[in-house]
Structures are given as structure tokens and as C-alpha cells.
Design a protein around this ligand. Structure first.
Ligand SMILES: [Zn+2]
Length: 90
């Protein structure tokens, strides 16, 4: 049937358009790297205590630099552990 053929062509055209726009969207999102994702680093940002795995607001965390890297801890105990670990690995 003639109409069915046209319909099928239309479906193919739409499919091609959708696939192309998806590919374009992926390429565009990949090229848009320079703009960093919104990553607030305010006092309410959650930071992870890598010693016990606790997440806590940055303003409540114990901050220290271990092995030249800024790290956050839920308590001084965890900070002590991190420092001890960094020292023993040396
Ligand atoms: Zn902790």
C-alpha cells in the first residue's frame, strides 16, 4: 500500500533525526567540558571522613592536611588515625 510506504519512510526519517540529535547532544556535552559542573564548596558541603566513612558538613569537620592533601574528619580521633596511617606508610 502506498500510504504505508510513506508512513514507513516518515518513521525512518524521524528515527534518523532522533538518533542524530542524540549523537549531537553527546558530542556537545563532551565538548562543553570547560564549564565546570555546579559544585558548591560552601560550609554546608558534605565532606567524607575517609577513616570511618562518615559524611558530615564541612563546617563541622575536623580539617587537616595529610600527605599534602586536604582531608576532613568527623573527630580528632579519626584525624589521629589518618596521621598515624600516613606516618606508618612512610
Ligand atoms: Zn570518623
Amino acid at each position: 500500500m502506498f500510504l504505508a510506504g510513506i508512513l514507513r519512510l516518515l518513521v525512518y526519517a524521524i528515527l534518523a533525526y532522533v538518533i542524530l540529535s542524540i549523537i549531537k547532544g553527546i558530542a556537545a556535552s563532551g565538548a562543553r567540558k570547560p564549564t565546570p559542573p555546579s559544585r558548591p564548596s560552601g560550609p554546608d558541603t558534605l565532606v567524607k571522613d575517609e577513616i570511618c566513612g562518615t559524611y558530615l558538613p564541612r563546617r563541622d569537620a575536623v580539617r587537616d592536611v595529610v600527605d599534602g592533601r586536604e582531608r576532613f574528619f568527623c573527630s580528632r580521633e579519626c584525624r589521629k588515625k589518618a596521621k598515624a596511617g600516613a606516618d606508618s606508610s612512610r
